[in-house]
Design a protein around this ligand. Structure first.
Ligand code: FAD
Ligand code: DLZ
Ligand code: SF4
Length: 507
């Protein structure tokens, strides 16, 4: 009896578990479906990227002689959801069971489990740590901290290890990083790819079917197959990795990419494997082509943060995205959808997101995320925004970054402190403030940077929770030393700003 082998849009790896299980007579099922394309209103470039990559991947499998039943979005027989397509294909091919690789989202894991056909969900072993390994690591720990997990992953992979010791004698070189960046005309941007006929057909489809989703569809310049993704990797290793470390926390308003790799779309869709990306970085270090602090910082993001976030998502369970530890209920303001704002940092971070479906980590954390947290925005709305607007967004990685790291809505599972800052941090790490209508040096008054007002207001509102936090508790000393009239003025002006935000007035 034929079996169906399910390959989802973010499982485009030749050695994904379900494909390794293929036997003669099996039918590989791939489907562009509205259920996946609309569970949030994804950025049009994200839909186009995945559909083009899916079509090309299917073509490669067919070229190997495998049988692929591929459904395009506009196929009149399309059942428009993964379960309905599996049932339709099972009837068509007389298949009685489905082999899948476990999806990266609880919603789909459950949908497959509920299918009225036997479904085997194989572990997704494209990740370094299995669920069991992460659970084992997490059990009996009072706090789950990425740094300890990361060291285990270094030992496990042998990456940047000299025997049982870390290369250079330290696990983490972040103290050499965190430098601001300067405008640099010679900095190499990631390679751009002109759409080929397959991609152009998909772009036309997306333009017709998703005209109202937030974000520009064209120009579209992402790679959509493994060969292109490998080109992006090679380019990053040759031109940007060496400077990655020092500038990884920097922001420049006219440079959306700096020395970031822009590899997350390819890693998350399966076109590149985390191991090969890290091996390439480690090899460049071993060859003396890049500094250790850059290679280490980059590898940590992948075998540390990326794996840790996935571990948390599966450890915490399906209700994680509903957490709201700080009881925040404000609606996401229209500026997140491109409504004009005088706040230059937000205006640029959102415009860049609209144009590229991309922002780098520190923009996501310290601009859009920081503002949402300071303003007390409902974390579920924030979560949906991030899931919608970024090309690399899948719940397993997006939710722990947003609900956990950025919004502290999980009460401290991911991070030991909330990532909040006044305008001072943004000014130090970027060139946004120079071009802003607000004054970053002003703590109160008409022109005061809203981050300055909201920072203290946030800390004052959440004093009970954070005053005893070992990482930020000390800041309350500064607040307490402030003149009470000044404290009142800050809080009044913060309240007035938030009232304008709620009223939909320009801010
Ligand atoms: P680089 O800076 O070049 O880093 C290299 C790689 O490290 C990335 O490609 C990524 O795979 C990995 N990485 C770095 N930081 C993280 C992290 N915190 N968690 C997981 N992986 C990491 N990343 C996603 O892949 N999808 C998301 O939906 C996503 N949402 C985020 C939301 C918020 C609020 C924050 C603060 C971070 C989010 N991240 C997400 C993490 C990070 O911002 C992106 O991985 C990174 O910006 C992708 O760009 P890059 O490939 O140029 O990364
Ligand atoms: C994100 C996405 C989109 C937009 N469309 C599809 C699709 O049509 N077919 C498909 O198989 N997968 C798609 N995906 C990726 C899935 O949403 C993803 O597999 C789950 O969210 C689990 O990570
Ligand atoms: Fe952003 Fe404040 Fe700087 Fe303006 S002054 S760019 S609002 S941090």
């Amino acid at each position: 009896m034929a079996r169906l082998i399910l390959i989802l849009g973010d499982q485009l790896s030749r050695d994904v578990a379900a494909l390794r299980a293929v036997q003669p007579g099996d039918v590989i099922v791939m489907a562009e479906v509205m259920a996946e394309a609309s569970y949030v209103r994804h950025h049009p470039q994200k839909i186009a990227f995945l559909f083009a990559a899916m079509r090309k991947f299917a073509g490669q499998l067919r070229a190997e002689g495998l049988t692929v039943a591929y459904t395009t979005l506009d196929d009149p027989d399309n059942g428009q959801s993964i379960p309905s397509e599996l049932l339709r294909r099972a009837a068509q091919h007389g298949a009685t069971r489905v082999i899948a690789t476990e999806p990266g989202e609880w919603r789909l894991i459950r949908a497959l489990a509920d299918l009225p056909l036997p479904v085997t969900q194989l572990p997704d072993d494209r990740f370094l740590a299995s669920h069991a390994e992460f659970q084992d690591w997490a059990k009996d720990r009072k706090e789950l901290r990425m740094e300890w997990f990361y060291r285990d992953m270094r030992r496990k992979t042998g990456l940047l290890m000299e025997g049982d010791q870390p290369a250079g004698g330290q696990w983490n070189f972040d103290h050499d990083n965190r430098k601001p960046a300067r405008a640099d005309l010679l900095r190499q941007a990631p390679p751009r790819f002109d759409p080929d006929p397959v991609t152009t057909e998909v772009l036309d489809l997306v333009a017709a079917r998703f005209p109202d989703n937030f974000g520009r569809l064209r120009p579209f310049a992402y790679a959509t197959d493994r060969a292109g993704a490998l080109q992006v990797l090679d380019h990053f290793i040759a031109h940007s990795l060496d400077d990655f470390g020092p500038t990884q926390d920097a922001m420049l308003q006219d440079d959306p990419f700096l020395h970031h790799s822009v590899l997350s779309p390819y890693l998350n869709a399966g076109l590149l494997s985390p191991r090969e990306v890290c091996d390439a970085a480690a090899k460049a270090y071993a060859a003396g082509q890049v500094r250790l602090n850059s290679a280490e910082g980059f590898i940590r993001q992948i075998i540390g943060w990326r794996e840790f976030m996935r571990g948390i998502y599966f450890l915490e369970g399906p209700e994680y995205t509903s957490r709201n530890a700080l009881n925040h209920h404000r609606n996401l303001p229209p500026l997140y959808w491109g409504a004009p704002t005088a706040m230059n940092c937000l205006s640029h971070a959102v415009a860049q997101t609209r144009d590229h479906a991309y922002a780098h980590h520190i923009q996501r954390l310290m601009v859009t995320g920081n503002f949402a947290l300071l303003a007390g925005i409902d974390p579920h709305q924030v979560h949906e925004w991030y899931l919608e607007v970024y090309i690399d967004a899948y719940e397993w990685v997006e939710a722990p970054n947003v609900i956990g790291m950025s919004q502290f809505a999980d009460g401290g599972v991911v991070g030991s402190k909330p990532y909040v800052s006044s305008g001072n941090y943004i000014n130090k790490m970027s060139d946004y403030c120079k071009g802003c209508a607000y004054k970053v040096a002003d703590k109160t008054g008409d022109k005061a940077c809203p981050f300055n007002l909201l920072y203290w207001d946030f800390l004052a509102r959440h004093r009970d929770r954070f005053a005893t936090n070992p990482r930020i508790g000390r800041i309350y000393g500064t607040w307490d030393r402030m003149d009470p009239d000044r404290q009142s003025l800050i809080r009044e002006q913060a309240a007035a700003f938030l009232a304008r935000l709620d009223a939909g007035d320009p801010v």
